[in-house]
Design a binder for this molecule. Structure first.
Ligand code: NOJ
Ligand code: CA
Length: 554
C-alpha cells in the first residue's frame, strides 16, 4: 500500500471565490481576496481547498453553467491571479481541488451556440438532440418543481435538446470521443496550473448513455478509468473526488474493484443517516450505512460531510425517516427544497445549540473517511431564507464587525451578507471568534489539529462497538499497531455505557482521553463504564500515550 496518499488524512474546506472575500471592492469575491485569507485557512489547519466553479459563466447556476472552461470568470480575476493563488496555497502546504463541471455546458457556450446554428457544425454532435419531443421529456428532473422537463425545444436548431439539470445547461454528449478528448484537455489545463485534482460534478450523469431513444440509461464506468489514468500520468498525486449520490453497491463501481477509478467519493449514504441519527438519537441506520459502505479499495476514500452548497438531500431515507428529519430540522415549507431536502445551514438547523454543533462536527471528523468542511461553518454561520433555492446558504463569509462583515468595501455585495438577528455578522464573525478561546472557530481549530494526529480515522479499519445503547455510537479504528476509539451520545440526556475492549499487544486497558483529562480504566469485570453527558462525545486512544513509540511502519 502506498504510504503517502495525501487525501486519506486530509482536511478539506470548500468555498466559493465569489462569496469569500472581495479585494477590489466591486462587491464580488475574487482570487486576490482569497489569497489574502490563505493564512486564515492555514491557521484553521485545513490541508486542501475545494473551489466551486470559477470559470467564465453567465452565473445562472452559481457557476455550474460554464461558458469557457479555459478562462477565469473576469469578476474573480485573471488566470494570472489564479496561478498566484495556487502558488500561495502550495507555499502553505494547502492543496487545491477544483470543480470539474463537464456533464453540461452553459447554453451560452460557443460550442452550443455553434451547434444550434448549424446542423453540420462540428459541435452539433457534442450535445444531445431529438427531432421530436421525446416521450419521457417530463421525467428525470434533478430540480423538481423548479425544472419542468429534461428536454427543451430550441427555436434556432428547430430540435429538442437534452438537459438533466436546468434548461440553460444543455448536456454534453459525453459518449462522443471528441467530447471525451476535450474533457481530458480541460483537466490537463488546470493540472498544469497547479491544482491537485477535481471534484467531479454529477458523475453518474457524465458517464450515462444519453439520447431520445435511451429509456434505460447505462453507466459507462470505463470512462472513469480513462480520466484517472490521464490525470495520474500528468501529475501522479492528483485525485478525483466524485459527486455521485448512488446506492452503496453502485459506489464500488465508481471506486473500481482494483481501485482504478475514482480516488474519493462523497458518502451520501452516511450523510443522510447521520442527520437521521442527529434528529432521532437512533444511530442504527447510521451504523448500517457505515457497514454498507465499509468495503472500498484500500486506496479509495470517502468524503464525509455535513452540509454543502446544495440542499441536504434526504432522498435515500424512507418516507417516515425523512419526515422525522424534516420535523426536527426543517419543518417549514420554506426550509425545504425539491421535495427531498432541507436548504438550511447546519447551525440554524441545530438551533445554534453549541453542544449539538460540536457533536455533529465531532462525528464528521471521526466517521470513516476524510472530512469536508464548508466555509463559514467553522463560525456557525446561518442562512438567509429570503434568497431563492440554494442561494440561502451561499451568503458571503463573515469576517468581522466591519460593514458587510468585512467581506467587501462595496455597498452592494453580490449576495447580501447576513445582518441582524442571531446569525448576523455583527455577532457571528471570524475576528471576534479569534479572540475568544471558547469560540466555535477556536474549537474547530483545536479539533482539526487533533484529527490530523489521528490518522487511524482516515487510514484504518473501523468497527462499530456494541455499546448496548442505540443512542451512543461507539467506533474503533485500528491501524499500524494503534487504535483510537470514539463515543458519541446522540441523546439529549446523559447516558452510561459499558463495554470491553481488545487491547493491543502489551499495552494496558486504559482509554486515554485526547480532549480532556477523564481517562478510563476497565473495572473489575473487564469493562469500561463511561457516563457521557447529553450530546457528549469522547475521543480516546487505546492503551497509553506511548502509542507513537509503538506504531509500526506497515
Ligand atoms: C451538482 C452541484 O453540486 C449543484 O450545485 C449543481 O447545480 C448541479 N450539480 C449541476 O451542475
Ligand atoms: Ca472583487
Amino acid at each position: 500500500m502506498i504510504k503517502d496518499l495525501w487525501y486519506k488524512n486530509a482536511i478539506v474546506y470548500c468555498l466559493s471565490v465569489g462569496t469569500f472575500m472581495d479585494a477590489n471592492g466591486d462587491g464580488i469575491g475574487d482570487f486576490q481576496g482569497l489569497m489574502r485569507r490563505l493564512d486564515y485557512l492555514h491557521g484553521l489547519g485545513v490541508t486542501a481547498l475545494w473551489l466551486m466553479p470559477f470559470q467564465k459563466s453567465p452565473g445562472r447556476d452559481d457557476g455550474y453553467d460554464i461558458s469557457d472552461y479555459y478562462a477565469v470568470n473576469p469578476a474573480y480575476g485573471s488566470l494570472g491571479d489564479f496561478v498566484e493563488f495556487t502558488h500561495g496555497a502550495k507555499q502553505r502546504g494547502i492543496r487545491v481541488l477544483i470543480d470539474l463541471v463537464v456533464n453540461h455546458t452553459s447554453d451560452e457556450h460557443p460550442w452550443f451556440q455553434d451547434a444550434r446554428r448549424d446542423p453540420n457544425s462540428k459541435y452539433r454532435d457534442w450535445y444531445i438532440w431529438s427531432k421530436k419531443r421525446p416521450a419521457h421529456a417530463d421525467t428525470g428532473m434533478v430540480f423538481p418543481s423548479v425544472q419542468k422537463s429534461t428536454w427543451t425545444h430550441d427555436s434556432r436548431a428547430k430540435e429538442w435538446y437534452f438537459h438533466r439539470f436546468y434548461d440553460f445547461q444543455p448536456d454534453l454528449n459525453t459518449s462522443n470521443p471528441e467530447v471525451q478528448a476535450e474533457l481530458l484537455k480541460i483537466m490537463g489545463f488546470w493540472i498544469q496550473l497547479g491544482v491537485s485534482g477535481f471534484r467531479m460534478d454529477a458523475v453518474p450523469f457524465v458517464i450515462s448513455t444519453k439520447g431520445a431513444d435511451v429509456t434505460k440509461p447505462r453507466e459507462q464506468y470505463e470512462m472513469l478509468r480513462d480520466f484517472r489514468e490521464f490525470l495520474q500520468w500528468r501529475v501522479g498525486d492528483s485525485i478525483i473526488l466524485a459527486e455521485a449520490n448512488v446506492l452503496p453497491r453502485t459506489d464500488m463501481q465508481y471506486f473500481g474493484d482494483d481501485g482504478d477509478r475514482m480516488h474519493m467519493m462523497f458518502n451520501f449514504q452516511v450523510n443522510q443517516s447521520l442527520f437521521y441519527a442527529l434528529a432521532t438519537a437512533d444511530t442504527r441506520p447510521l451504523a448500517k450505512a457505515m457497514d454498507k459502505t465499509e468495503a472500498r479499495p484500500a486506496s479509495g476514500q470517502w468524503g464525509i460531510f455535513l452540509r454543502n452548497h446544495d440542499e441536504l438531500d434526504l432522498g435515500r431515507l424512507s418516507e417516515t425517516q425523512r419526515q422525522k428529519v424534516f420535523d426536527a430540522f426543517g419543518p417549514h415549507k420554506e426550509d425545504q427544497l425539491y421535495g427531498r431536502g432541507i436548504r438550511r445551514r447546519l447551525a440554524p438547523m441545530l438551533s445554534g445549540d453549541r453542544r449539538r454543533l460540536e457533536l455533529a462536527y465531532s462525528l464528521m471528523f471521526t466517521l470513516p473517511g476524510t472530512p469536508v468542511l464548508r466555509y463559514g461553518d467553522e463560525l456557525g454561520m446561518g442562512d438567509d431564507l429570503s434568497l431563492p433555492e440554494r442561494t440561502c446558504c451561499r451568503t458571503p463569509m463573515q469576517w468581522s464587525t466591519e460593514p458587510n462583515g468585512g467581506f467587501t468595501k462595496s455597498g452592494k455585495p453580490i449576495v447580501p451578507v447576513i445582518s441582524g438577528g442571531p446569525y448576523g455578522f455583527e455577532h457571528v464573525n471570524a475576528a471576534e471568534q479569534r479572540r475568544d478561546p471558547n469560540s466555535m472557530l477556536n474549537w474547530m481549530e483545536r479539533i482539526i489539529r487533533m484529527r490530523k494526529e489521528v490518522p487511524e480515522v482516515g487510514w484504518g479499519d473501523f468497527e462499530v462497538l456494541n455499546t448496548g445503547d442505540d443512542a451512543v455510537l461507539g467506533l474503533r479504528y485500528d491501524w499500524r499497531n494503534n487504535a483510537a476509539l470514539f463515543l458519541h451520545n446522540l441523546a439529549h440526556e446523559p447516558r452510561e455505557v459499558a463495554f470491553s475492549i481488545r487491547i493491543i499487544g502489551d499495552s494496558d486497558d486504559r482509554l486515554i482521553n485526547l480532549l480532556s483529562a477523564d481517562h478510563s480504566h476497565a473495572g473489575d469485570n473487564g469493562k469500561h463504564c463511561i457516563c457521557i453527558e447529553g450530546y457528549g462525545y469522547r475521543w480516546y486512544r487505546v492503551g497509553g500515550l506511548d502509542y507513537l513509540l509503538k506504531r509500526t511502519d506497515f
